[in-house]
Design a protein around this ligand. Structure first.
Ligand SMILES: [Zn+2]
Length: 401
């Protein structure tokens, strides 16, 4: 059956906002997006659901989280030095029990929904979030993360079936934590597995100066941190002058299906390499400030036309997982960024990076009839995108046909 959704503003993302706009929906798909008046003219008998002064837009996409660390909220203080944050994190994460992780995940998934997030790139070492994300109706990718001296792809194969069973609406794939925290052998295994399956994966990359120093020159504060991990610290490819991105390139690991998370400290020449490979970068600006990692070279990434998505990372390095706050922070850090570019990062770019661009991320013909709508008091909003990003929203509802 046909149905029309009418609202003060429809924000399709892929094109400018439409005042007094409408979506024509058939079953679970969008058929048309245009002015309400022209839709009513063409379909005079169509059932209309009028959302009044609301703004309608696609669900937000949080391209990088670790929900199982939600229970660490407030337990690690914001740090000036990345290694200070990391040391605390390495100690605390081993003390967490499954029960407290599950409680944290449940609460956080509820607040994700309340703030309009519908699609997620979730990185996990336990898989605990999978059934909760499925039950709460979110969509996205679950990356089972491998990390440490003895990590191998076999660890992923042991849990893969369970994850697929528990979260059938999600894409499931393995992921390496970071170039320097997994054995080289795993990078190679992973590369051939991902080439075969064509799965999208995620990796933390060039997150901090200390990481670059370690990979490029095999020295710095990471030397002490890596002492207990001989396979990782004695890696002969470290210290050859390659940056983190070049190190992965040397292993033929990078391609457009690899989400590069952070990229705070790429070498200038590496940005051109990312551009050539067309890897998406997931920015986590508030997390990078929280950990002391710093600020990503956004102007350079944008001028290299690298596809940019947005993530919050976890509550171990952020105060909340509200993407509206992440967008506000981005605007404050980089005032030159326009509102349409910021909103695109938090919707369409994220959906495309996660491999959901055909169904989510924008309101367009053929895409899923899933959207969020933000209540507004006023009928006279002139610039809907600045309103969406600058104002706080008490009420965000989700629509799922
Ligand atoms: Zn992360």
């Amino acid at each position: 059956m046909l149905k029309m959704i009418r609202a003060q503003w429809i924000v399709p993302i892929s094109r400018p906002p439409i005042q007094d706009g409408a979506l024509l929906i058939h079953r679970d798909r969008i058929l048309q997006v245009c002015k309400a008046t022209s839709l009513i003219k063409n379909y005079p008998k169509v059932l209309i659901e009028d959302l009044g002064s609301s703004m309608v837009l696609p669900p937000l996409v949080n391209a990088h989280t670790h929900l199982e660390y939600s229970c660490l909220k407030g337990k690690i203080k914001p740090s000036q030095k990345f290694t200070d944050w990391l040391e605390q994190m390495m100690t605390l994460r081993h003390l967490l029990t499954p029960e407290e992780m599950i409680r944290g995940i449940q609460n956080t998934v509820k607040s994700l929904k309340k703030t309009g997030t519908g699609l997620i790139g979730e990185v996990t070492n336990t898989g605990l979030a999978a059934p909760i994300l499925q039950k709460e109706g979110l969509r996205g990718s679950i990356f089972y993360e491998l990390v440490g001296n003895n990590s191998t792809l076999k660890d992923y194969f042991k849990i893969e079936k369970k994850l697929r069973r528990e979260a059938p609406s999600f894409k499931i794939a393995p992921a390496c934590h970071a170039p320097h925290t997994v054995p080289e052998k795993l990078l190679l295994e992973m590369r051939s597995h991902l080439n075969k399956t064509k799965a999208i994966t995620s990796i933390h990359l060039a997150e901090s100066l200390e990481e670059t120093e370690w990979i490029q020159h095999h020295q710095g504060p990471f030397a002490k941190l890596f002492e207990p991990f001989p396979k990782l610290s004695k890696n002969s490819k470290l210290g050859q002058g390659l940056g983190a991105i070049e190190y992965l390139q040397k292993h033929h690991f990078l391609n457009p299906r690899v989400l590069c998370v952070h990229c705070v400290d790429p070498l200038p020449r590496e940005i051109q390499k990312l551009k050539k490979i067309h890897c998406p970068v997931v920015l986590c600006p508030r997390s990078n400030l929280y950990t002391g990692a710093g600020i990503a070279p956004l102007k350079k990434l944008i001028s290299a036309r690298i596809p940019l998505a947005l993530g919050t990372d976890s509550l171990a390095s952020n105060t909340d997982l509200d993407l509206w706050n992440e967008m506000k922070a981005l605007k404050n850090l980089f005032p030159f960024l326009s509102y349409p570019i910021i909103l695109r990062m938090a919707t369409l770019n994220g959906a495309q990076a996660l491999g959901f661009g055909k169904e989510y991320g924008s309101l367009e013909r053929g895409k899923k009839a899933r959207f969020i709508y933000v209540q507004t008091e006023s009928q006279k909003i002139k610039d809907p995108l600045s309103f969406l990003i600058e104002e706080s929203h008490e009420e965000i509802n989700g629509y799922n046909s």
